[in-house]
Design a protein around this ligand. Structure first.
Ligand code: BDR
Ligand code: CA
Length: 336
């Protein structure tokens, strides 16, 4: 099994990443941390509780993370993910409570409890992990592996022309994480899944149709591009209904931004890689984050060939096989 700490800003694609992991027999989800990003931290935590309940995992602990990035105010992006973070879907609020410990404490305690065993997966800003590193500087060696969705290298940003959302929301946190891993042994280097790869993974309505078919549940209103905006699905199983209502919103957002009626699979890819790193072809690099550029704050820069004379601190995903990824996603989520 793969014991996991998840740190998410749910978020439409975060929700699909969670469902992928819940549907994967080898994933042992130890705790879910909530980071502010797509929506405010408290809303992320509420989404995590409600979504895990619906997906049949009301036993999984959810912690509340920092309400703000390391520096400045939190920015959120309801335009991308909907008013509550799940597009057109509305989840019944959970009746259970958040854990007593906060997200940074959970990172530290869970990693310490099983040294060298736990895989950390971050699909939101890196605020909680940066705070955890202040509490436990040995985290890079306590974890078996860290997988991060974030950054854009030889690819335009999705938040500013040069920066990707998760890094852009809290660049100081991202830098603190990369710096902390520069002393880590090669097998502990974070595996980074940037836009360069995640934007090659375009979910189409046809993928959703295959997913629904695999789940044996076809919502009648399934994702025709001409569906009236905002209409909610009435048929199909409840998990799939939420998914379809969320993904429809996400596809409309992508269409408004010139990508066509598709949705990029940022976080589900990172989730798949957390369980199976061989899904990503990677390149070793020294990664740093621009904090001061007037045009480039939040930009991730990779030194691929040691020009800085500093140790490598990341394995950056550079490509993957989209068909293989979608087959896996459909097979697993469809079997949920
Ligand atoms: C990242 O930004 C968020 O909006 C998504 O959930 C994903 O984690 C992509 O840049
Ligand atoms: Ca996310």
């Amino acid at each position: 099994t793969v014991p996991l700490i998840l740190d998410v800003d749910t978020g439409i694609d975060d929700a699909l990443a969670l469902l992928y992991l819940v549907s994967s027999p080898e994933a042992e989800i130890l705790t879910v941390a909530s980071t502010g990003g797509n929506v405010p931290t408290a809303q992320v935590a509420a989404n995590n509780l409600a979504w895990l309940d619906l997906c049949g995992r009301p036993d999984v602990e959810v912690t509340l993370g920092s309400e703000v990035p390391l520096v400045g105010e939190l920015r959120t992006t309801e335009d991308t993910h909907g008013p509550q973070g799940l597009g057109y879907a509305e989840l019944a609020p959970s009746t259970r409570s958040l854990a007593h410990r906060d997200s940074a404490t959970a990172w530290v305690e869970v990693a310490r409890a099983r040294p060298g065993e736990v895989v950390g997966l971050v699909t939101g800003p890196l605020t909680n992990l940066a705070l955890a590193l202040r509490l436990e500087p040995e985290l890079p060696t306590l974890l078996r592996r860290l997988v991060v969705m974030g950054g854009a290298f030889n690819h335009p940003g999705n938040t500013t022309p040069k920066s990707e959302w998760n890094v852009s929301v809290d660049p100081e946190a991202a830098k603190a994480v990369f710096d902390a891993f520069s002393a880590a042994p090669p097998e502990r280097r974070p595996l980074v899944c940037p836009l360069d790869v995640t934007e090659t993974l375009e979910m189409t309505p046809e993928h959703v149709r295959r997913l629904a078919e695999a789940a044996g549940s076809l919502p009648a209103e399934l994702l025709s591009e001409d569906d009236p905006v905002g209409r909610r699905s009435r048929t199909g199983n409840p998990v799939l209904r939420v998914l379809v209502d969320a993904i429809r919103f996400y596809m409309e957002f992508h269409r408004e931004h010139g990508h066509g009626y598709i949705a990029h699979m940022h976080d589900p890819f990172a989730a798949a890689v957390a369980l199976d790193p061989t899904l990503a072809r990677t390149r070793r690099a020294t990664v740093d984050v621009e904090l001061t550029g007037t045009l480039t704050r939040g930009c991730t820069v990779a030194d691929w060939s040691g020009m800085w004379g500093r140790p490598a601190n990341a394995d950056v995903a550079v490509s993957t096989d989209p068909d293989a990824f979608f087959d896996l996603l459909i097979e697993r989520v469809g079997a949920h």
